[in-house]
Design a protein around this ligand. Structure first.
Ligand code: AMP
Ligand code: MG
Length: 313
């Protein structure tokens, strides 16, 4: 489950709204895509529209739904998928190439080996990592655009869209809301946020959670923007004093160790913000910022591990 990287100043404001003339905000939340999805809007119908769209995408991409296209692809090793699923896998391939392999949706086998799939954490032997790495590598995904066929070159490979699916789903939900005439809404899928329009005439206010969990490390004022955070401070285990998180460096087979504690990316495109945060977390600050520069208009905020350690955590 993705960690909630944001604190909602929006919720605080919603309470204050009750005391003045601002319109009432409706709030609803639902467990979807392995996380809590929260929708806040002055329009009562917004939540149902957003949940409906996210549910549809869950049916395509979710690893938590055994009947999703991705789950069926993982068990069969090849599948003719919908154009939409095909396009997400193709975009993931682009991020893989742009990030020199740091962003890699074939990490599924590593996620499983290290016990992050069922939260039964395990520190694998070197030989187990070497064996598993044979099933990792986006270059081993074969795409045939003629009939949307996705094929694994090595048997047992596992696609895991955990680093991009929520971003895509939230972006689709925002698009659906617009098509339905909704002008103001905040969607939060476990830390993957989209701020549609204004909140009671002002930008939505989103607080970035401090990696050391000591409140807020920054505030963002957002209108028609997506924001995402990746970090190792929610899903991790500690062995011999070392923290091992859920984001992997697919080149080593080890949890990423780039000295970044948390990355936040603001973008017009929800999918881009989601994929970039994960890639930057693996690449580290310097290479990560260089990658982000390839996406005009994105803003990046990085909290370094050292800063967290200075605080005694
Ligand atoms: P996020 O919270 O968006 O950074 O996504 C993290 C999730 O993406 C993990 O829980 C894994 O399911 C998956 N993942 C881990 N490492 C990588 C990676 N290097 N590239 C792509 N997906 C990854
Ligand atoms: Mg991500």
């Amino acid at each position: 489950m993705k960690r909630a990287g944001f604190l909602f100043l929006a919720c605080v404001s919603a309470f204050i709204n009750g005391c003045d003339n601002s319109p009432r905000l409706y709030k609803d939340s639902r467990l979807m895509m392995g996380t809590f999805v929260e929708v806040i809007s002055p329009e009562e119908k917004a939540a149902a529209i957003a949940f409906g769209e996210i549910k549809r995408i869950e049916g395509l991409l979710s690893k938590y739904d055994p009947s999703s296209e991705v789950s069926r692809l993982n068990s069969a090793g090849q599948l003719k998928v919908s154009r939409e699923t095909y396009d997400i896998i193709a975009r993931s391939k682009e991020f893989w190439a742009l990030s020199n392999g740091a962003f890699d949706i074939t990490v599924g086998s590593l996620v499983e080996l290290w016990g992050f799939k069922d939260k039964k954490y395990y520190f694998p032997l070197k030989t187990e990592i070497t064996q598993t790495l044979k099933r990792v590598g986006t270059d081993k995904i074969i795409l045939d655009p003629v009939d949307n066929l996705v094929k694994f070159a090595v048997s047992g490979m596992q696609i895991d869209l955990g680093a991009i699916a929520k971003g895509y789903a939230v972006g689709c939900a925002a698009k659906k809301l617009r098509e339905n005439g909704i002008k103001s809404c905040l969607i939060n899928a476990g830390g993957q946020i989209y701020c549609l329009g204004l909140k009671s005439g002002k930008p939505w206010l989103v607080g970035i959670a401090d990696p050391a969990k000591k409140g807020i490390s920054g505030k963002l004022s957002l209108v028609n923007k997506a924001v995402s955070t990746s970090g190792d401070y929610e899903q991790f285990f500690i062995k011999d004093g070392i923290r091992y998180g859920h984001i992997f460096d697919p080149r080593s087979g080890m949890p990423a160790d780039s000295s970044v504690a948390s990355v936040t990316v603001v973008s017009d495109d929800s999918l881009v913000s989601d994929a970039l945060t994960t890639a930057i977390f693996v690449l580290g600050e310097e290479k990560g910022r260089a990658l982000a520069e390839k996406f005009p208009g994105v803003e990046v905020k990085i909290d370094k591990e050292k800063e967290r350690d200075k605080d005694g955590k």
